[in-house]
Design a protein around this ligand. Structure first.
Ligand code: C2E
Ligand code: SIN
Ligand code: SIN
Ligand code: SIN
Ligand code: FE
Ligand code: FE
Length: 349
């Protein structure tokens, strides 16, 4: 771990460990250096637990003669030494806090490797300085991850808003995301690009937020006028998203705009044909129609598989990019697996 290496080099310790507080589980944990295993101890345990609980730096020259922390050492470091044969001498534990003053972890340095083998006042200052930065950079790293996770959820929720208005459950957007990813990879897209599309495709129907219930939830066939209104969900979605500079939202704008275009130019809203339709739109078209046909809708029952495959064969090169139909048929088992894993509860009659 970078932070631990930094600490070890600054104070020339034999070992340096960064412990992080997991307040939910009331534990301290660390990634064992270069290993994959996580080490976890109860929050109050040992010298690190003591230091974190009191938000107090601990500084020991020799664990075997120290009196101040005798009791804690007897239960911790000295027991471990007896088991491992290691000889703990000098010890230093420096807690670090986030910007709200909450302790989020600590540095633990063991055994000074130079001089007379004890940590100096200077070492304490160095490690305290490192701890100050760690608390902040750790916090921003955690915050960044939080923001990324939040963004993903917002994308799903926004997609679901569009869909839930038309009585489809959130699983529709999740399935479309998964199908789109398979198609993207099958069409030769990079992992990163496929991930972008996977996050953007759930937004394809976001424009349905602006479609009146009377149209969206109509149990039967739409009139021409109603269908014209319904078709506007593509342009509405595009207009909602088109001004974003963010990569995923830009992809989502294209998907919203172009997922009802058809390969032969008979789709809407613009009647684009062939590769003039963005690959994102062509992929989401296959994913969306497969899911629409494989699910119950307010206006129709789910089709059986044979009938669905038959439609895709017939529409190869008409509605759909022929290459993508081939990818779809090739990966059919994966599609069915997703359909079953993200299955909806049955619509009430
Ligand atoms: P959706 O339900 O998500 O359907 C997406 C697309 O799947 C449809 O785009 C269509 O290409 C295909 N699809 C769905 N069901 C069928 C079907 O029974 N037969 C065939 N051949 N294709 C099907 P489309 O047609 O542009 O419709 C866009 C959206 O308009 C639909 O999204 C749905 O929300 C709404 N919609 C379409 N037709 C009706 C209808 O008859 N009644 C109602 N209430 N809504 C409709
Ligand atoms: C869908 O598959 O999206 C509609 C079925 C449901 O809402 O349960
Ligand atoms: C759009 O006009 O839909 C955005 C750009 C594109 O389609 O490729
Ligand atoms: C539709 O667009 O209505 C379904 C696919 C097709 O039959 O072209
Ligand atoms: Fe749509
Ligand atoms: Fe859809």
């Amino acid at each position: 771990m970078l932070m631990a290496d930094m600490g070890r080099e600054m104070v020339v310790a034999d070992r340096c460990t960064v412990w992080l507080a997991d307040h939910q589980r009331n534990e301290l944990w660390t990634k064992v250096a270069h290993g994959v295993d996580e080490l976890r101890i109860p929050m109050g345990d040992g010298l690190v637990g003591y230091a974190v609980a009191r938000n107090e730096a601990v500084f020991i020259d020799d664990a075997y003669t120290n009196e101040e922390y005798r009791a804690v050492l007897e239960r911790g470091a000295l027991v471990t030494d007896r088991r491992t044969g290691y000889r703990t001498k000098a010890l230093m534990v420096i807690p670090f806090s986030n910007s709200e003053g909450e302790v989020v972890g600590c540095y633990q340095a063991v055994n000074k490797m130079t001089g007379d083998g004890v940590f100096t006042e200077r070492d304490l200052e160095y490690l305290t300085l490192a701890a100050t930065y760690s608390g902040k950079s750790l916090e921003s790293a955690l915050l960044l991850r939080e923001i990324e996770e939040t963004q993903k959820e917002i994308l799903f929720v926004m997609g679901e808003i569009g869909e839930s208005r038309s009585k489809e459950t959130g699983n529709h957007v999740k399935r479309v995301a998964e199908y789109s990813y398979i198609l993207a990879k099958g069409a030769g897209m990079s992992e990163e690009e496929a991930e972008v599309l996977k996050m953007a495709s759930p937004m394809h129907d976001i424009g349905k937020v602006a479609i009146p219930d009377a149209v969206l939830k109509k149990p039967g066939q739409l009139t021409d006028e109603e269908y014209r209104i319904m078709q506007s969900h593509t342009v509405i979605g595009y207009n909602l998203l088109k001004n974003s500079k963010r990569r995923i939202l830009k992809a989502a704008a294209i998907v919203a705009h172009e997922h009802h275009e058809k390969w032969d130019g008979t789709g809407y809203p613009r009647g684009l044909a062939g590769e003039d339709i963005h690959i994102y739109g062509r992929i989401t078209a296959v994913a969306d129609v497969f899911d629409a046909l494989a699910s119950d809708r307010v206006y129709k029952k789910a089709w059986d598989l044979e009938r669905i495959i038959d439609l895709f064969r017939r529409e190869r090169g008409r509605h759909f990019d022929p290459r993508l139909v081939d990818v779809f048929l090739e990966h059919l088992p994966a599609f069915l697996d997703i359909r079953d894993r993200f299955a909806d509860e049955k619509l009430g009659a």
